[in-house]
Write a protein that binds this ligand. Structure first.
Ligand code: SF4
Ligand code: SF4
Length: 231
């Protein structure tokens, strides 16, 4: 069994190359990376801190889908590459700063983190480990690099559950936010923590309408009447 890892080094030409490595059966993908590094190729660069699905640092793309390397068992022919929509630093290491900056943009931290009390949900947004799997799965980032993205919007929704004054947060997610989401659900499928960003975004849309906002996609439609939209 073999896996193929997309290697990247901006100082080499070509800077990207696919390399095949044997699979150490029974081990997770992260353990395979470690084995490869210690026994075959010490130049392989990857990240993985806690090795138990808590830190979120080892997420990579496997055959085009985001996976936590510490919990995924590789299969023959798997194609491993870094997360999408992130600047690649070296091999499987990406710069998460831009994606995580969306948390500030969305103002979800402005008033601090409040505890989720009496929440009916089994999985709450506070379980997010910032692995960026949802961000990497989101097709909107292909066409809009400024889209806030699923985990930032999930954080906003979490915040709105606690606060009586959501105006700042709701205002912050109108542009490049909830209305840009296509509700495809890829983020929900990708999340290793069972968080449902799509549902959170739908709930934020509902809260936005209650706050007086309209769906701009809806208001811009002309319904075949030659461009008469709603104001
Ligand atoms: S549901 Fe929305 S946020 Fe989630 S992946 Fe699809 S477009 Fe992105
Ligand atoms: S919502 Fe889920 S997939 Fe997205 S960053 Fe958080 S833990 Fe990862």
């Amino acid at each position: 069994m073999n896996i193929i890892i997309k290697r990247f080094d901006k100082y080499k030409e070509p800077n990207s190359i696919d390399m095949s490595y044997p699979v150490f059966e029974g081990l997770t993908l992260l353990e395979n990376f470690l084995k490869i590094k210690t026994t075959i190729d010490p130049t392989l660069v990857f990240s993985g801190v806690c090795r138990s699905g808590v830190c979120g640092s080892c997420s990579v793309m496997v055959n085009g889908k985001a996976k936590l390397a510490c919990s995924y068992k590789p299969k023959n022919g798997d194609y491993i590459e870094p997360l999408g929509y992130h600047e690649v630093q070296r091999d499987l290491i990406v710069d998460k700063n831009k994606a995580h900056y969306t948390l500030k943009t969305s103002h979800s931290w402005l008033n601090g983190e409040a505890k989720v009390e009496n929440s009916p949900k089994v999985t709450v947004q506070s379980d997010c480990i910032l692995c960026d799997s949802c961000y990497s799965a989101c097709p909107v980032l292909v066409v809009n690099g400024d889209f806030l993205g699923p985990f930032a919007l999930t954080k906003v929704y979490r915040y709105t559950l606690q606060s009586n004054d959501n105006k700042t947060s709701i205002d912050a997610i109108q542009k490049n936010g909830i209305w840009d989401c296509t509700l495809c659900g890829e983020c929900t499928i990708a999340c290793p923590q069972g968080i449902d960003p799509k549902m959170d975004i739908m709930n934020l849309r509902s809260k936005s309408v209650q706050s007086g906002y309209n769906d701009p996609n809806f208001t811009n439609m002309d319904f075949g009447f030659g461009g008469f939209g709603f104001d």
